[in-house]
Design a protein around this ligand. Structure first.
Ligand code: SDX
Length: 428
């Protein structure tokens, strides 16, 4: 028997069906709300209580700290899968067979050339440009070199666009970093794996033989998996709403990159390291920064702490914290900011302000410590987040288009001036 929600307004009762997800989540289906109530709408700033869609890609349970991609736990995927397998799983819904993965890898490699004229666009940016702004622009510019829009009714056309962007995005990300470092742009090596090739494109030196480091590439692979999708977060919702106007995949991804850049979202991983560095330069005075974070008159927030969904712990943060300790140990790196981060977390997790608001370390709190250990510049941290999130954005865009979701167009409650007559300037 399906559940019903009853709403009463001015003595009139309205019933709405309640839909139930496969993990027993309940959602009040208000598709008919405005029609049956004569125009009443809902208000929910930041959509904290509003579901935008039904999705079969990622499941989160914020209370239990559960994260699953297509039913598989993040813990198992981070431990047993590689990033390309997870890309395939998120986008197509199943873990690939050996043959499917081999074809996927081959098809991606065949698309890994980027039009040489893209370098002219990259050259137009000053070295001071933030990599996220450059990457968003280059992703949008790709449209000019791949003008055919994606025919979503054609699986073949959709697959073609997907392997194209999975192939070219890492090249553009690596080029963005190398441009800032005045290094020649590297095309990588198609004999390498996806993540190993990314690392080579980022770090190879023209006068040295590139030597892969298994510890580094395994850590990178795990980080990309942990960032691969996270249901309807800010940047994914951006990709969906841009795509809902039937804008192309690359245009939608470019918008998602811009949304991810914000320090309250993916930009937090850069902000965390900057915060930890500031604390270190300030003599490691964590108490001072905890007090600042709690002070309502101080705009300072404990970056890397808190989450809209996770109210106990972010399972990704747990895995990344452990990985940070392992990677730094394996690489023989002593990074004082890791100790500051652990000290900060320890104090905050016992402080009533954070406990009462259910604020815990999130995915961004420790990730920058590993990126730093891997030699990645701080302003490239959010680019690494985007590289991980790419398959999730693609999967969500594809699902939205295949389900023929309507164009996203929220309503509002107007609180401005009532009607008034225009006054000529002589009378103002
Ligand atoms: C990501 O959505 C996703 O899934 C995102 C993500 C993904 O994988 O896509 O997980 C990636 O974006 C992780 C979050 C990275 N951002 C940060 O680390 C920035 C710092 N955190 C916050 O700004 C904040 O916690 C958010 C943005 C993450 C969540 O904000 P909410 O859910 O809108 O919560 P809120 O801002 O309404 O805060 C509730 C209370 C407020 O205090 P009161 O007004 O109730 O007194 O908690 C306080 C806030 O002031 N608070 C913090 C805090 N985060 C929330 N106080 C100090 N430091 C913080 N970090």
């Amino acid at each position: 028997m399906s559940k019903i929600a009853t709403l009463e307004i001015d003595g009139n009762k309205y019933e709405f069906p309640i839909i139930e997800g496969t993990e027993n989540e309940l959602g009040i289906d208000i598709k008919t709300l405005r029609a049956v109530t004569g125009g009443v709408t809902t208000i929910d700033p930041g959509y904290k209580n509003t579901g935008s869609c039904e999705s079969a890609i990622t499941f989160l349970d914020g209370e239990k700290g559960i994260l699953r991609y297509r039913g598989y736990s993040i813990e198992e995927l981070a431990d047993k899968a590689d990033f390309l397998e997870v890309c395939y799983l998120l986008i197509f819904g199943e873990l690939p067979t050996a043959e499917q993965l081999e074809k996927f890898d081959k098809d991606i490699k065949e698309e890994s050339q980027v039009d040489e004229d893209m370098k002219k666009i990259l050259d137009g940016f000053p070295k001071s440009a933030h990599p996220m702004g450059v990457l968003s622009s280059l992703t949008s510019a790709l449209i000019a070199f791949n003008p055919g829009s994606v025919d979503v009714d054609s699986e073949e056309a959709m697959y073609g666009a997907i392997v194209k962007i999975l192939a070219k995005f890492p090249v553009l990300a690596a080029w963005t970093m190398r441009k800032k470092k005045s290094l020649p742009l590297d095309y990588g090596d198609n004999s390498l794996g996806y993540v190993e090739n990314l690392h080579k494109m980022m770090f190879s030196r023209p006068n040295q033989t590139y030597e892969a480091n298994k510890i580094v590439n395994d850590a990178l692979d795990k980080l990309l998996i942990l960032h691969a999708d996270h249901e309807q977060n800010c940047s994914t919702s951006t990709v969906r709403i841009v795509g809902s106007s039937h804008a192309g995949l690359f245009a939608s991804l470019s918008a998602g990159i811009s949304a991810l850049w914000g320090p309250l979202h993916g930009g937090a991983n850069q902000a965390v390291i900057e915060m930890l560095e500031a604390i270190r330069e300030d003599g490691g005075d964590t108490a001072k920064y905890i007090a600042k974070a709690k002070d309502k008159n101080d705009p300072f927030r404990l970056m890397g702490f808190g989450h809209r969904v996770y109210k106990n712990f972010d399972p990704r943060a747990k895995i990344i914290k452990k990985s940070a300790e392992e990677v730094l140990g394996d690489l023989g790196i002593e990074d004082p900011v890791l100790d500051i981060a652990k000290g900060l977390a320890e104090v905050a997790l016992k402080d009533e302000y954070f406990v009462q608001r259910k604020l815990y370390p999130n995915v961004d709190f420790y990730s920058g410590i590993i990126y730093r250990a891997l030699g990645i510049p701080t302003d490239m941290f959010t680019v690494m987040f985007a590289l991980g999130r790419l398959p999730g954005w693609i999967a969500q865009w594809r699902e939205m288009r295949l389900r023929k979701e309507p164009i996203g167009r929220p309503r509002q409650i107007y609180i401005g001036e009532n009607y008034r007559v225009f006054k000529p300037i002589s009378e103002r």
